[in-house]
Design a protein around this ligand. Structure first.
Ligand code: SF4
Length: 335
């Protein structure tokens, strides 16, 4: 399989000279122009007006098959005209979170979910937060101090969940400060980080980050977001290797039409995750966000796929089909 072609592409050639281990370089130099994306992939891609910009980091781009318009990785990042069609039932804020665009969400008993930043390393077209007006907002140092003071004062809080955007967009020194303070809160029993960064820019798993996560004195869970087996290349496997056995590695994927809605794909994804020490945990139904209706498979298909997976995989590799409803105290497991 030929993947993205960087030869003769002017600025895109920078990838060849890129400081390959510098994740911040990759964040800053992600592909933002559909013409650059098309040139890299040997495709004539049309520009589509959208308020959710194209953003594709180069390590992820390198896994997209050259010349293949229906590549499942490309489908996750390429703006399509279908996004601009209004579809009844698909709304800007399907989980009714927007008033709290950054800050702490106390959605679940005993757990505080910190929306640390609105920034991401990739813009997934199906993202339920795609209309949040927060792309450059992040919690300030004072916000963090106040949030951690609140957690320290509330013995009922047992788990701190870092979400976003993507919390691993934060530099290691900021994470170190947060983790150090959290480690000193005796009733906090668990730290969870929801991130897609180690998948889309594996260089993000720096030795310092590994050290920080390993040093946290309570169990740490990294919830990754992988939807297709080809998203896990050797770079991702190598990046996660130092965390295996020290950090719980789980995956939450999203069921997406044209990406992973075939049983063979989901089966291959579970095996690939297993090979790299990641437990397939949840498969989410699409949140009905405006602009993403073309990714919806419907619940019945999700249930049928899980049933089919049960006939093909050991039980521990079958993810739970889940959905989230606004105002509900937990996810709803459907199958
Ligand atoms: S990485 Fe997660 S939060 Fe960011 S755009 Fe993708 S799905 Fe949304």
């Amino acid at each position: 399989m030929k993947t993205a072609d960087f030869q003769g592409l002017g600025p895109l050639n920078a990838v060849v000279r890129a400081p390959r281990d510098d994740w911040q370089w990759h964040l800053a130099n992600a592909i933002r122009d559909v013409r650059d994306l098309g040139r890299a992939l040997g495709l004539a891609l049309e520009e589509v007006p959208t308020d959710f910009p194209l953003l594709v980091p180069r390590p992820y781009l390198a896994r997209i098959e050259h010349g293949r318009r229906d590549d499942p990785l490309l489908r996750q990042v390429l703006p399509l005209a279908a996004e601009n069609e209004a579809v009844p039932g698909y709304v800007a804020d399907p989980l009714a979170e927007q008033p709290q665009a950054t800050g702490a969400l106390r959605k679940y008993r005993g757990r505080v979910l910190a929306v640390t930043t609105g920034a991401c390393a990739i813009n997934c077209r199906y993202c339920f937060r795609r209309h949040f007006p927060y792309s450059d907002r992040r919690l300030s140092r004072a916000d963090w101090d106040a949030l951690l003071d609140d957690i320290a004062a509330d013995p009922a809080t047992q788990e701190l969940i870092l979400s976003g955007g993507d919390p691993l967009v934060l530099p290691d020194r900021t994470l170190a400060r947060i983790l150090e303070r959290a480690a000193g809160i005796p009733h906090l029993r668990s730290l969870r980080i929801h991130t897609r960064l180690p998948v889309v820019i594996p260089q993000r798993v720096t030795p310092r980050l590994v050290e920080l996560l390993k040093a946290f004195p309570r169990p740490v869970t990294l919830v990754l977001h992988v939807n297709h087996p080809r998203e896990v290349d050797s770079g991702v496997a190598e990046a996660l290797a130092p965390l295996r056995g020290r950090v719980n590695l789980l995956n939450q994927g999203v069921l997406l039409a044209g990406v992973n809605d075939e049983v063979e794909t989901l089966e291959a994804l579970s095996w690939r995750l297993h090979e790299i020490g990641v437990m397939p945990y949840y498969l989410h139904l699409l949140d009905r966000v405006a602009g993403a209706a073309h990714f919806d498979t419907g619940e019945a298909k999700g249930r049928a796929l899980i049933e089919a997976l049960r006939g093909r995989l050991p039980g521990y590799l079958v993810p739970r089909l889940a959905t989230e409803q606004p105002g509900e105290p937990s996810k709803t497991v459907l199958a």
